[in-house]
Structures are given as C-alpha cells and as structure tokens.
Design a protein around this ligand. Structure first.
Ligand code: SME
Length: 159
C-alpha cells in the first residue's frame, strides 16, 4: 500500500479506537476490539492477533483470520523473538527468518509488536501476517506500536 495512504488509514484507525475503547472493560476487551478494527481496515492483514505470555508460554488470545497455533514452541519464531528482545520485529520474507513458525503456509511476511505493562514487562505480543511478501515497513511499526499501547493506556474521555 502506498505510504501516504497507509499513514492516513492508521491515523483514522487511532481516532476510531480512541472513541471505541473503554478503560473499564479490561485488557482482553480492548485487545479484541483493536484486533477486529485493524484486521478489517487493512486488506493485507491476513492473520491478526495476540499471543498472551502466561506462565512463560505464548498462548493465543484474541485473533482474526485462519485458525492459528494455540501455543508457540518456546524461544522459537518471530513472536518469541519480539518477547525476548523486547522490541518490534519486521520480517519481509518469513522463509528467511530462522525458526519461523508457520501456522499457515500462506503467510509470507510478518510484523510482531511486544505489549508491555506499566512496569515495562512484556505481557503479550501482537502479530500480523500478510499473504504477500514485504507488506510491513516503518509506517506499520510506528503506528502499530502506538495502537497496541492503547491496550494499556486508553484515553479517559471515552466512557
Ligand atoms: N509466525 C509466528 C507464529 C504465529 S502465526 O504467524 C499466527 C512466529 O513465528 O512466531
């Protein structure tokens, strides 16, 4: 997608989510809402979802798209790399990422964003797969980091 169009779309998503997200309904409700909005706003989001860090395991949370792995093999693949490094990872070609976990062979490129609590601890990872190579860039990374941060800190003016 062309850069300007992509940026504009993310900006509209932020406005929409600021209105939709309720601080009182818990993180899972906010994750599910963010996930549904993003998945339906971007044509190239083939699989969109969260993996939750529970007892040192990554277990699938709210998601949209084809059925995915429920648990990810420890310290392997792109999601665990984002958790262990504490930073977002953009993968233009999943076949070139050592240990990539293919929940669906149609996934060709991927982005993962760690979700941190207020103490800075990683509590989940947000993952998007595209069925086209090279779908994700810095525009996706910067905007998705901002949007995923809304799981933790939601505007207070939207009750
Ligand atoms: N590809 C991910 C696994 C999750 S699926 O893409 C939904 C990984 O390598 O961690």
């Amino acid at each position: 997608m062309e850069a300007k169009k992509k940026q504009g779309r993310y900006e509209r998503v932020v406005i929409q989510l600021s209105d939709l997200l309720k601080p009182d309904h818990g993180m899972l409700a906010r994750m599910a809402t963010i996930n549904a909005v993003l998945h339906h706003k971007f044509e190239y989001f083939f699989w969109t979802g969260f993996y939750l860090l529970q007892n040192d395991e990554l277990i699938v949370g709210p998601y949209q798209g084809p059925v995915a792995c429920q648990k990810l093999a420890k310290n392997k693949g792109v999601c665990w790399a984002a958790v262990n490094q504490g930073k977002s990872i953009v993968v233009p070609d999943v076949e070139l990422f050592p240990g990539h976990i293919a929940c669906d062979s149609r996934s060709k490129s991927e982005i993962t964003i760690p979700l941190k609590n207020l103490k800075g601890e990683v509590i989940a990872v947000f993952d998007v797969d595209s069925s086209e190579p090279g779908s994700f860039d810095e525009i996706d990374r910067i905007n998705l980091e901002k949007i995923i941060g809304m799981v933790i800190s939601t505007p207070l003016n939207n009750r």
